[in-house]
Design a protein around this ligand. Structure first.
Ligand code: GUN
Ligand code: ZN
Length: 449
């Protein structure tokens, strides 16, 4: 049997298995007050009650001098999964005044041009990964820029801590500044080289990343299709139906296509591991197509509200059994923090008379997000055999949180208050691959070159 290399004590919360509806969640919740989790290297070996675990620990093989990581007053949850984020937009978060298309022109494209410089990309990659960790996010699906060096830099940082990360270089050949454009041939060659370099290396995966239909010629989308056929287990990551002006533009550009999704679908870019951010203004046939092809949606509430894009219909994903995960969509999104993102998701629900429970919210942020990325066999909860990526949350940090906590009774209420009042202050520490990767009181999170 394996050698136990780490033992973690605390209060554990996760969801045992994927569900087909929110009403199944309550029965799927696992909450172990004063539990013990045993790790061997980067994997979970066992989770149970402290008393049982203590006895077990005494009888198994373990590393000499093993000490218990004691978080008895804290809440330990699986690491958060962010299914849509742009690392090269970190420095432009909170850009004022525009909706999507003007926001791209005025803020995004100028910012992304900086990633031509490999050293800049390296510094921002460090900053970005640190932001993920200090917010408890242990896996993300990430947009780079059009520059291959942007993705080299990001994968390098993730590989240094053996993080599970999916990323890709943007592919685009029209409707952007010349400095960000490439030919379909160049895009294909650069992408293939990145796949060869990084895909399935350690815990890294590659995502083909055509930015969205308006920046993609048919020839470019044809290259994406060929790459997807050549490398069937890579992801495809793009945007779909975010903003109404974008919608009319796509209609104008592609009168031959039935709807926006059809532009991707006709190029073979729907299906397993195809992830579409936003999906706010879909017609019935688009919902149906996403469902039939088993494609994935990334729900990005802070971005959708910040850019005034619209309200995502989460209920529809249950009705149509479509995979969905939470995305922060930084820098259109306004936070890296998953707790704050869940709160905004709750408000989006409120505006449509949909009640997002805390259990459902945490499900989407953990096991649901893992399932959305077809990674639920590896991450998302504390099942034995899964990878040891988890977050230690301190529920009561501020005076207000402490006051409110004394006044909340059930686990559901405690979690809901945590997502209402919580942020990065509540992330006490983050483990990646069975190792402490961030500790709030030891690492400032400041920019370090
Ligand atoms: N659509 C195309 N590019 C982008 C982007 O960078 N951010 C968002 N939110 N939507 C997009
Ligand atoms: Zn986006």
């Amino acid at each position: 049997s394996q050698v136990i290399t780490r033992a973690v004590r605390g209060n554990f919360f996760d969801i045992r298995q994927p569900v087909t509806g929110p009403e199944e969640l309550e029965a799927s919740v696992r909450y172990i007050e004063d539990g013990l989790m045993l790790l061997s290297g980067g994997h979970i070996v066992w989770l149970g009650e402290w008393l049982e675990g203590e006895a077990k620990l005494a009888s198994v093989r373990k590393t000499a001098g093993l000490e218990i990581d004691d978080y008895r007053d804290k809440l330990i949850v699986p690491g958060f999964v962010d299914t849509h984020i742009h690392y090269p937009q970190t420095e432009m978060i909170g850009a004022y005044g525009e909706q999507l298309l003007e926001w791209l022109t005025r803020y995004t494209f100028p910012t992304e041009q900086q990633y031509h410089c490999a050293d800049y990309a390296r510094r921002m990659s460090k900053f970005f990964i640190n932001q993920l960790l200090l917010n408890g996010t242990t896996t993300a699906l990430v947009f780079g820029t059009v520059h291959p060096q942007s993705v080299d830099a990001l994968f390098k940082e993730a590989s240094d801590i053996n993080m599970r990360l999916v990323a890709g270089k943007v592919m685009m050949d029209k409707n952007a500044p010349d400095a960000l454009l490439e030919t379909p041939e160049q895009s294909e060659a650069d992408t293939r080289a990145l796949i060869t370099r990084w895909h399935n290396r350690q815990r890294l995966s590659y995502a083909l990343t055509p930015r969205f239909a308006p920046t993609s010629s048919p020839e470019l989308l044809q290259k994406v299709r060929l790459l997807k056929q050549e490398f069937p287990d890579v992801y495809m990551h793009t945007h779909l139906s975010e903003n109404v002006a974008e919608l009319s533009w796509v209609k104008e550009m592609h009168p031959e296509h039935q709807h926006y999704l059809d532009v991707y679908h006709q190029h073979g870019l729907t299906g397993e591991r195809c992830v579409f951010a936003h999906c706010l203004h879909l017609d019935d046939s688009e919902w149906e197509c996403l469902s039939e092809t088993d494609s994935t949606i990334a729900f990005c509430p802070t971005s959708n509200l910040f850019l005034g894009s619209g309200l995502f219909n989460l209920q529809k994903t249950w009705q149509k059994q479509i995979r969905v995960g939470m995305g922060t969509d930084v820098g259109a999104g306004t936070t890296f923090n998953m707790l704050q993102t869940l709160l905004e998701a709750y408000k989006v629900g409120q505006l449509q008379r949909y009640r997002l429970s805390a259990f459902e919210a945490f499900y989407h942020a953990t096991l649901g997000g893992a399932r959305a990325l077809h990674l639920d066999d590896k991450i998302g909860n504390f099942d034995a055999g899964k990878e040891a990526d988890f977050v230690v949350l301190e529920p009561g940090v501020s005076a207000l949180q402490k006051l409110r906590a004394t006044n909340s009774k059930t686990l559901a209420e405690k979690l809901f208050v945590l997502m209402t009042l919580g942020d990065d202050r509540n992330v006490y520490c983050t483990y990646i691959d069975g190792e402490l990767a961030y500790a709030r009181d030891e690492m400032s999170g400041d920019f370090c070159a």
